[in-house]
Design a protein. Structure first.
Length: 95
């Protein structure tokens, strides 16, 4: 997220449900420290809702960390626009 912000991009975060509360508090801290609340979007939803959003919006790049099953599902849903790049082979969805 921070790298995205440093490069002038606006991240949209969708975290696993157990992690969402922690990220929300971190974003509140950043806002308290002066970050514009409009710089980051955070989705608090289940996977199928996020999948629908990814399928029906002009997302250019998505960093995905999660299960292979979900990565394969996203790959099918986006017609194979998943590229494994980086040192840790994190799936990047480029649309």
């Amino acid at each position: 997220m921070m790298g995205c912000l440093y490069m002038g991009n606006k991240p949209c975060l969708k975290l696993a449900e157990p992690c969402a509360v922690v990220m929300e508090q971190f974003l509140r801290l950043l806002h308290h420290c002066g970050m514009d609340p409009n710089n980051v979007d955070m989705l608090n939803c289940r996977g199928p809702v996020a999948q629908e959003l990814i399928a029906n919006t002009p997302v250019r790049m998505m960093q995905f960390t999660g299960s292979s099953r979900v990565a394969e599902l996203l790959s099918r849903e986006t017609h194979g626009k998943v590229d494994f790049i980086g040192r840790f082979s994190v799936p990047m969805l480029v649309m």
